[in-house]
Ligand binder design. Structure first.
Ligand code: ATP
Length: 327
């Protein structure tokens, strides 16, 4: 095994709260072990363009509380080509970078695995995405913060919903994953929750709204994950309005505000543990793996396994509890 002397760290794909805390932990753990650290701006794009910055303990001062990523993020088509990756590796070599820590989602992991195999450079990945949809960790960075953001929005919308006797359809992020919708829906006391993983036909929703009407509920919150199969919040609200014309129906799409904000305590600690573990695993000779949290223990999973397996992250018991709460 070649001795590691300089680690390159970067963030890539969609940003998530907690990425800065992870960068900080990577830099500080590396410096603690007398390694040099280079920050790579804009993920694989910056790697191809040689957009690098030397980092030390001070370069990551006062970033643990900040959302977004100080190293910026990007999606880079050129890195999907062998020529693009050759340019990226030449730049890494010229810089003396002999190992990488990649923070991002499954696309980022795929790119890291391919580069590592082609050029025999060690990589460790950190799962950073608000969707909580990666195999190998109970929680991804940013998920907890996004849930808190959504709950805050639900609480505020509920104030206006109950003042005006309105039915609100709130669409939250999650193209393939209903984790935010379910968790924030339960925490926000939503009357109904629609998820990509669970078929809830529009008829079932109409029945639930009718049932709530019978119970003389004057306002309602329905949470819809963006990947729900009924065609999104606007479409659903239209169908509800047709069936219940007397209802005052409103739609709120929360959108990108769910990606931002100061990371929660949970995400800051998770990011710090993950950054620390990623560097220590590299030093132990581990590579082509992702770090993760399982039952409050830090673990690693080979990228090959993490990328080929799908994990059903929806808590089935919570799903059942949500149904009971709404009956
Ligand atoms: P999110 O979950 O937020 O979408 P992500 O990491 O999955 O994050 P992607 O845009 O899918 O985001 O991937 C980030 C970058 O990783 C891509 O822009 C591309 O540069 C690189 N990448 C993705 N897939 C591949 C691939 N098959 N080969 C090489 N590079 C890839």
């Amino acid at each position: 095994m070649k001795k590691i002397t300089k680690i390159g760290v970067f963030t890539s794909g969609g940003d998530a709260p907690g990425m800065n805390a992870a960068i900080r932990a990577v830099v500080r753990t590396a410096k603690y072990n007398d390694l040099d650290v280079t920050g790579i701006y804009r993920g694989y794009e910056g790697m191809i363009e040689g957009d690098f910055v030397e980092m030390n303990r001070r370069s990551v001062s006062s970033i643990i509380q900040k959302g977004g990523t100080i190293l910026k993020s990007a999606r880079c088509l050129e890195f999907r080509t062998p020529e693009g990756r050759a340019k990226a590796f030449e730049n890494l070599k010229a810089q003396g970078i002999d190992a990488l820590v990649a923070i991002g989602g499954d696309g980022t992991f795929t790119g890291a695995e391919i580069l590592s195999k082609e050029y025999d450079i060690p990589v460790m990945c950190i799962p950073g995405t608000i969707d909580n949809d990666l195999y190998g960790s109970d929680y991804t960075l940013g998920y907890d913060t996004a849930n808190n953001t959504v709950i805050e929005a639900i609480d505020k919308i509920r104030d206006t919903a109950s003042s005006h006797n309105r039915v609100f359809f709130i669409e939250v992020m999650g193209r393939d994953s209903g984790c935010i919708a379910l968790n924030a829906g339960v925490a926000g006391g939503a009357e109904a929750i629609l998820l990509p993983e669970v078929e809830t036909g529009i008829d079932q929703l109409l029945e639930e709204i009718g049932f709530a009407e019978e119970r003389k509920k004057t306002s309602m919150i329905v949470i819809i994950a963006e990947g729900d199969k009924n065609g999104g919040a606007y479409n659903i609200s239209k169908q509800v309005k047709e069936k219940f014309p007397h209802l005052d129906v409103k739609v709120s799409i929360l959108g990108h505000l769910q990606r931002g904000g100061s990371p929660s305590s949970f995400d800051r600690v998770l990011a710090t543990r993950m950054g620390y573990t990623a560097v220590n695993e590299l030093l132990k000779g581990n590579s082509r793996a992702t770090v993760g949290l399982r039952g409050n223990q830090m673990i690693t999973t080979p990228l090959e396994e993490a990328l080929s397996k799908k994990e059903f992250k929806l808590d089935e018991e919570l799903l059942e509890i949500a149904n009971v709460m709404n009956k």
